[in-house]
Design a protein around this ligand. Structure first.
Ligand SMILES: [Zn+2]
Length: 260
């Protein structure tokens, strides 16, 4: 697991699995943990990383309700979880889905956890909206298309945008099964574009933190890919730097979903 200080108040930790990112944000003696690393040993050491840097984690945020972003409760079991209203709705409508997906994943890789994933009381946050942290506020923006729910989080005083599973240097856009997912994804890219322009650093859900220029280049590639997917389905070319077999499999699923 890699930990990088992006700003005196922001640390990004990148998991050894799927390059899932976890962002620690601090203001006025209070810190939040956004999303989570995946492996048990990474989750176990996370409190020590936070403590050593004097980030007192009192709250958790998750960019969306996919299981791989919900594991911070293993590291900070006392902290309350805040999510976009759309995400709390997903958790309510699909009770236990994240736990089942995590169990399936762990079973395949023989990963053992100290206990089942507990998601306690979740606080609903409005998007667009703001969320108090210490002496400052985080800005929240609605996202969609990858999942039916989600939010991007801007840390205005640090110039950092945490954008969930979008603008990834390692993963092509992954559409959800919902009708209109492709349009929702394109709309999300439009919404993220001015935020990425203003950002010093963009933290994608999977992959290393990006400077603004690189994030915008990925955004344009993703938009081009989705437009081609909409016009040509499976024949759409993949972004140049993301053409591995794994990405082609995601692409096949996308093509089926875009055609549905
Ligand atoms: Zn993810």
């Amino acid at each position: 697991m890699r930990a990088v200080g992006l700003h005196p108040d922001v640390i990004v930790v990148t998991s050894r699995l799927m390059q899932t990112t976890c962002t620690l944000v601090r203001s006025g003696g209070e810190a939040f943990c956004i999303d989570s690393p995946v492996l048990p040993d990474e989750l176990e050491i996370l409190p020590a990383i936070a403590e050593q840097a004097q980030f007192a984690v009192v709250g958790l945020l998750a960019t969306h309700a996919d299981w791989d972003h919900l594991l911070a409760a293993y590291a900070f079991p006392e902290a309350a979880l805040g999510m976009a209203e759309s995400s709390t709705r997903v958790l309510r409508e699909r009770p236990g889905a994240a736990q089942r997906a995590l169990r399936l994943f762990d079973d395949q890789l023989y990963i053992e956890r100290p206990r089942p994933l507990g998601i306690g009381e979740v606080q609903s946050l409005p998007t667009p909206g703001r969320c108090d942290i210490g002496e400052s506020e985080l800005e929240l923006y609605e996202t969609g298309g990858h999942t039916p729910d989600g939010m991007a989080i801007r840390v205005p005083w640090a110039g950092i945008l945490v954008c969930g599973d979008h603008l990834s240097p390692v993963e092509i856009p992954m559409l959800c099964e919902d009708e209109g997912a492709l349009d929702a994804y394109l709309l999300t890219l439009n919404r993220l574009e001015p935020l990425a322009e203003r950002a010093e650093t963009v933290v994608p859900g999977h992959g290393e933190p990006l400077d603004s220029e690189r994030a915008l280049a990925i955004l344009r590639q993703d938009r081009e890919y989705l437009q081609a997917l909409s016009a040509d389905g499976a024949a759409a070319p993949l972004p140049l730097a993301r053409r591995t077999d794994a990405q082609r499999r995601i692409h096949q699923r996308n093509a089926a979903r875009a055609a549905a």
